[in-house]
Design a protein around this ligand. Structure first.
Ligand code: NDP
Length: 404
């Protein structure tokens, strides 16, 4: 006879059975509430016509502004067939104009500044579905293309999943718009507008905190700086070498705006008290990160254009006429990654250290940049051979001097 049967004989539950029963009830309640939570979450993820309208308006605006607004016409890298694409770098103007229009719209009660933050999950799933759809179309259109030029020539492996994931064409266009450049711009701008909408929600809720202000300020400066230097984007690996498939479209449209803004969402429902020392340390992390990130990328950009240009006021130290070994590039072989990592950390520090959730971005970036640095190292060793070996001897650190 079990203890339960024994207790039922006595018409009274023993302590052990009561515990088991209340445990079972608790479990039942918990699983019920988890099912409810899951149900609620899934419900929030269902795209509505409103989220489709927000996304469609955003893309339409970007397409029109990108085509009509003035901007520096920057030649892209020379492609294998000798051709060069040209990019109109008017992202900053497009961004400021959109910000202004939304501000006026909000003043006139035509648009709601919290529309994005109120529909965050819906917009996430709508953008995800859009990415799937658009890359299926890109795959189908790419397969049919008879163009032999480097930017549109289809690269078909025959593996459907691989071709859809990595893309078929290098620089597909739609109505004269370079889609790769368009999606990067949309992602970076989307990140800023998600943040600003979260800010508006926190102001409306009366929960605006010092942490939220710091987070918003740092991200906004980083994104504005990106658009000020938008032309640098035209020579990055993604633009010149990666084909446009689901991996890139998802990365630009879903991953960047929705995961890089996690700290803001987290701060909406979590209160953090920061002391003066923490605020000062946070601002210094941002400032140092920015100086290293922008300084290193700029030094390389200037060096590539003119290897005789002075670095930090002195003649550049050059290896084999091709590699810069002074300035930031004499401290570590990828000092720009160090700057980016410090910046990423500065976006999360306002959230304190009570939860790992707001640290998603710096952790992800650390893994990504270590992996990227290894791949770039292998590529440079292959390309520059003994010059690279000499550079490695002169500058032994990869990212962080004396650590890595
Ligand atoms: P880099 O801008 O560091 O470019 C690497 C290339 O620069 C090398 O392949 C080589 O190319 C050239 N190079 C390397 N060392 C030297 C040197 N000493 N002198 C001259 N040329 C050199 O890499 P990425 O394109 O990966 O990164 C660009 C920026 O984007 C970085 O600041 C990075 O942090 C950021 N980034 C941010 C991400 C994010 O999610 N936030 C993701 C990825 C990057 P070549 O053959 O032309 O000489």
């Amino acid at each position: 006879m079990t203890r339960c049967e024994a207790s039922s004989n006595k018409q009274k539950e023993c302590h052990c059975c009561q515990t088991v029963r209340s445990g079972a009830e608790l479990l039942e309640q918990l699983s019920f509430s988890s099912i409810m939570d899951l149900g609620h979450l899934l419900h929030l993820l269902i795209p509505s016509w409103n989220s489709v309208a927000i996304l469609a308006s955003f893309f339409t605006y970007l397409a029109i502004a990108g085509s009509l607004l003035p901007g520096k016409l920057v030649p892209g890298a020379t492609l294998p067939d000798g051709s060069r694409l040209h990019y109109r770098c008017n992202g900053l103007l497009s961004l400021l104009l959109l910000g202004g229009l939304l501000g006026i719209g909000a003043k006139m009660d035509i648009v709601s500044l919290t529309a994005i933050s109120d529909r965050g999950l819906e917009l996430l799933s709508t953008t995800f579905l859009f990415s799937v759809l658009v890359t299926i179309i890109l795959y189908a259109a790419g397969c049919k293309s008879t163009n032999r030029g480097s930017s549109l020539k289809p690269h078909v492996t025959g593996n459907l999943l691989e071709d859809w994931w990595f893309g078929i064409q290098l620089n597909p266009q739609f109505m004269g718009i370079d889609l790769k450049f368009f999606f990067v711009r949309a992602g970076m701008m989307g990140w800023l507008f998600i943040n600003l909408s979260v800010l508006a929600r926190s102001v409306q809720d009366g929960t605006l905190s010092q942490s939220m202000i710091l987070f918003q300020l740092f991200c906004a400066l980083y994104i504005l700086d990106y658009f000020v230097h938008e032309e640098y984007m035209t020579s990055t690996w993604d633009i010149i070498a990666e084909r446009l498939g689901f991996m890139l479209v998802f990365g630009d449209l879903v991953w960047i705006p929705f995961t890089f803004s996690i700290q803001g969402w987290w701060l909406l429902s979590n209160k953090v008290e920061l002391g003066t020392a923490a605020v000062v340390a946070n601002c210094l992390t941002f400032l140092i990160g920015y100086l290293v990130f922008r300084g290193a990328n700029k030094q390389k950009h200037v060096f590539k254009k003119n290897p005789k240009a002075p670095i930090w006021g002195k003649p550049a130290r050059v290896i084999g006429g091709k590699l810069l070994a002074s300035g930031y590039w004499g401290i570590a072989r990828h000092c720009n990654y160090l700057g980016d990592l410090l910046l990423a950390l500065s976006f999360s520090l306002p959230c304190g250290i009570s939860s790992p959730v707001p640290y998603f971005y710096p952790i992800y970036l650390l893994i990504l940049l270590i992996w990227r640095e290894r791949r770039d190292e292998a590529r440079c060793a292959e390309k520059y051979r003994e010059i690279w070996a000499e550079y490695r001897r002169l500058v032994p650190w990869r990212i962080l001097p004396y650590v890595y």
